[in-house]
Design a protein around this ligand. Structure first.
Ligand code: DGT
Ligand code: MG
Length: 582
C-alpha cells in the first residue's frame, strides 16, 4: 500500500489544502449547535430579543463560512484524488509499456487493463474518502464528545453505549466482506479476459455458429460475478440500517433521560435550559454517530484499497526481463545495419523445449536476407530476438557489431523498422498511422511510402485520401490493404534494418512482385524478409531455411535447390518446374 501511496508526494500542495479545508469546515460546524442552545437557554428563556438576534447573526455568518469552506473542501479533495489517479495510471502505463512479451504473458492483458483502470479507481476513491472521512471523523467524534460533555456530562455517558455495538458490527463485516472483495476482483479479471478474447474473435464465433455456446459460458461467469456483487451489497446494506437503528435507540435514550430530569424540575427557566441543552446534545449525538458510522465505512474501504494496491504494486514491482544495460555501448558505425546471430538458442518458457537452437547467420549490410520455413519453425521468434522483445537463452544477437543486450533499447529500436506478422493499425486517419513511423515525415515521404508499398492506388481512391479514417485494428480495410499500410508506415521510418515478418502473405502475386521490385529500387538498407512463399524470397541475397527451430539450409535459391531437401520440397510444392529454375 505504501509503495502505491508514495505518488501522493507529487501532489503535496493539493493534499495540504484539502486537509486545511476539511479541518476548517468541520470546526466551523461544531459551534452551531452550541450557539443554538444559547439562543434557547438564554435568549428564549429570558425573552431577550437582542441576544437572539446577535447570536442568530453569528450563526448565519458561521453557516455561510461553513458552506464556502465545504465547497473548497470538496474541490481540493476531488482534485487530489483525480490527480493521484492520473499520476498512478501514467506510471502504470509507462511500466506496462516497458514490459517484455513474456512479462505481459505472466499477468495477462485483461488483468493489466483492470489493474490500470478499476484498481486505480479504487485507489482514487480511497484517497477521496480518506481525506473526507479519516480527517473529519475524529474531529466530529472528539469535538462532538467534548462539546457534549461540556453541555451535560450525565447525558454524555449515553454515547459510550453505542461504541461497542458498532465495533462488533464492523468486526463481523470485515471478516465476511474482505474475502468477497478479493474474489470479486478476480472474477472481474476473468470476465474481462473472456470478453476481450471473444470480442476480438466475434467474426469467428459467428462463422462457427457458436454464439449460443459462448452466451452460456458468459452467462455463467456473469452470474458468478453478479452473485458476488449482490452478496457484497447485501452485507453492506445491513450495516447502514443497523447503524440507523442504533442512532435512534441512542437518541431515544437521551430524550428519555432528559425528560426524566424535566419531570423533576419545577423551575420553568431550568426546564427551558434543559430543552436547549437537549436540542444541542441531540445534534452532537448525531454528529458523533455519523462519525463512527463513516469510520466503519473506512473499515470496508481500506481493505478493499489494500487489495487493489497489492495488485497495482505487483505491476510496479515487476522487473522487466528486458533491461537497459548500466553502461550502454554505441553501434559501430562501420557495421551499421549488420545483423548477426551467434549460436542463438531460445525458449519462451523456462522449459527445455527450445524454439530456436544454435542459430547462426549474418544479414549483410544493404543485402536482403530471407527466412523461410514451415509454420511454427521459429521465424517470428528470430525477429522478436533481433528487436529484443525477448532475450536469448544462449548465444548472442549482434546489431551493428554490438550485442543487443549492451545497447539501449531505444537506440536499438530507433534503427529497426519492423512490420509485424499481424498488421496492427490504430484508430485514426491513414496519415496519422503513417506518421507513427516518423512524426516529422514530409508529405512527399508519406506519398513515396504509399507508392512503394503499392497502397497509393487504393488510398487515393478513397473519398478522403490520406485523411480517411481507419477503425481500430483496421477492421474497415481488407487484409492486404492493412498489410500494405503497415509496410508503408514502416517505410516512413528511416532505419538501418527493415524486418518484414510474413508481410506479403495477404498480397496477390502481382502486387507482391511489384512491391518487392519497388523495395529493391528504393531501399538501400539491410532487409530481412520472413516468408512462407518461395516466390517472395527466391531472389534474396541469402535464404535461411528453418525447420523446427534449426537452420537446415543457407544460401541462394539455386544452391539451396541443389543441396537443401527441405527447401526443395517447399519450392516444388509451390512453384512450377519452370519457375523453380528462374
Ligand atoms: P508462422 O508465423 O506460423 O509461420 O510461424 P513462425 O515460424 O513465425 O513461428 P514462431 O516463431 O511464431 O513460433 C515458434 C514457436 O514458438 C511455436 O511453437 C510457438 C511458440 N511461440 C511463438 N510465440 C510465442 C509466445 O509469445 N509465447 C509462447 N509461450 N510461445 C510462443
Ligand atoms: Mg511467424
Amino acid at each position: 500500500m505504501i509503495k502505491v501511496l508514495r505518488y501522493l508526494k507529487q501532489i503535496k500542495s493539493d493534499i495540504i489544502l484539502s486537509l486545511v479545508f476539511v479541518v476548517l469546515s468541520q470546526l466551523s460546524s461544531l459551534s452551531l449547535p452550541l450557539l443554538m442552545s444559547l439562543i434557547i437557554n438564554n435568549g428564549i428563556a429570558n425573552a431577550d430579543l437582542q441576544f437572539i438576534k446577535n447570536i442568530g447573526a453569528i450563526m448565519a455568518a458561521i453557516s455561510a463560512l461553513h458552506v464556502v469552506l465545504s465547497v473548497f473542501n470538496s474541490y481540493y479533495t476531488s482534485k487530489t484524488s483525480a490527480g493521484y489517479g492520473k499520476i498512478l495510471r501514467e506510471d502504470l502505463f509507462l511500466k506496462v509499456e516497458s514490459l517484455s512479451q513474456i512479462d505481459i504473458e505472466k499477468i495477462g492483458t485483461p488483468s493489466l487493463i483492470t489493474r490500470c483502470t478499476s484498481d486505480v479507481k479504487v485507489m482514487q476513491d480511497f484517497i477521496l474518502m480518506s481525506l473526507r472521512i479519516i480527517i473529519s471523523s475524529p474531529i466530529m467524534l472528539i469535538g462532538g464528545t467534548i462539546m457534549a460533555v461540556i453541555l451535560n456530562p450525565k447525558l454524555a455517558l449515553t454515547i459510550l453505549a453505542v461504541f461497542p455495538i458498532i465495533g462488533i458490527i464492523v468486526a463481523i463485516v470485515l471478516k465476511t466482506v474482505i474475502p468477497i472483495f478479493k474474489k470479486r476482483q478476480k472474477m472481474t479479471d476473468e470476465v474481462n479476459r473472456f470478453l476481450r478474447q471473444k470480442l476480438s474473435g466475434i467474426r469467428v464465433i459467428k462463422a462457427f455458429n457458436t454464439i449460443n455456446k459462448e452466451d452460456d459460458i458468459f452467462s455463467e461467469k456473469n452470474q458468478r460475478l453478479s452473485f458476488l456483487v449482490l452478496k457484497l451489497q447485501r452485507i453492506m446494506s445491513v450495516l447502514i440500517p443497523v447503524c440507523i437503528v442504533l442512532v435512534v435507540v441512542a437518541l431515544d435514550t437521551i430524550i428519555f433521560i432528559a425528560t426524566k430530569n424535566i419531570d423533576t424540575l419545577s423551575d420553568p427557566v431550568k426546564i427551558q435550559n434543559t430543552v436547549g441543552d437537549l436540542q444541542a446534545f441531540v445534534i452532537y449525538m448525531i454528529m458523533i454517530v455519523a462519525a463512527v458510522t463513516m469510520s466503519a465505512a473506512m473499515f470496508v474501504i481500506v481493505p478493499r484499497a489494500n487489495i487493489s494496491a497489492k495488485r497495482i504494486k505487483e505491476i510496479l514491482e515487476l522487473e522487466s526481463q528486458i533491461k537497459d544495460p548500466e553502461v550502454a555501448k554505441d553501434i559501430d558505425n562501420s557495421q551499421k545495419g549488420k545483423v548477426e546471430f551467434e549460436n542463438v538458442s531460445f525458449s519462451y518458457e523456462d522449459g527445455e523445449n527450445n524454439v530456436l537452437s544454435n542459430i547462426s547467420f549474418v544479414a549483410e549490410i544493404g543485402k536482403t536476407t530471407a527466412i523461410i520455413g514451415s509454420t511454427g519453425s521459429g521465424k517470428t521468434t528470430v525477429a522478436n530476438l533481433l528487436c529484443r522483445f525477448c532475450d536469448v537463452k544462449e548465444g548472442r544477437v549482434l546489431f551493428g557489431g554490438v550485442d543487443v543486450r549492451e545497447l539501449k533499447q531505444k537506440e536499438l529500436l530507433s534503427k529497426i523498422s519492423y512490420i509485424p506478422q499481424k498488421p496492427v493499425l490504430f484508430s485514426g486517419s491513414i496519415r496519422e498511422n503513417l506518421l507513427y513511423g516518423d512524426e516529422n515525415a514530409s508529405e512527399e515521404k508519406l506519398k513515396k511510402a504509399l507508392d512503394i508499398s503499392q497502397s497509393s492506388e487504393f488510398v487515393f481512391a478513397l473519398e478522403n485520401g490520406m485523411e480517411s479514417f481507419i477503425s481500430q485494428n483496421g477492421t474497415n480495410l481488407s487484409g492486404g490493404q492493412k498489410q500494405r499500410l503497415s509496410i508503408a508506415r514502416a517505410l516512413v521510418k528511416d532505419a538501418d534494418v527493415y524486418i518484414f515478418d510474413d508481410s506479403f502473405s495477404a498480397l496477390d502475386f502481382k502486387t507482391d512482385s511489384l512491391l518487392r521490385k519497388a523495395l529493391k529500387e528504393n531501399l538501400s538498407a539491410t532487409v530481412i524478409i520472413v516468408a512462407q512463399r518461395v516466390g517472395t524470397i527466391m531472389n534474396a541475397d541469402k535464404i535461411i531455411v528453418l525447420e523446427n527451430g534449426k537452420i537446415v539450409g543457407m544460401g541462394k535459391h539455386a544452391q539451396l535447390m541443389e543441396d537443401c531437401a527441405v527447401y526443395r520440397e517447399i519450392a516444388l510444392s509451390q512453384l512450377s518446374s519452370k519457375e523453380v529454375l528462374q
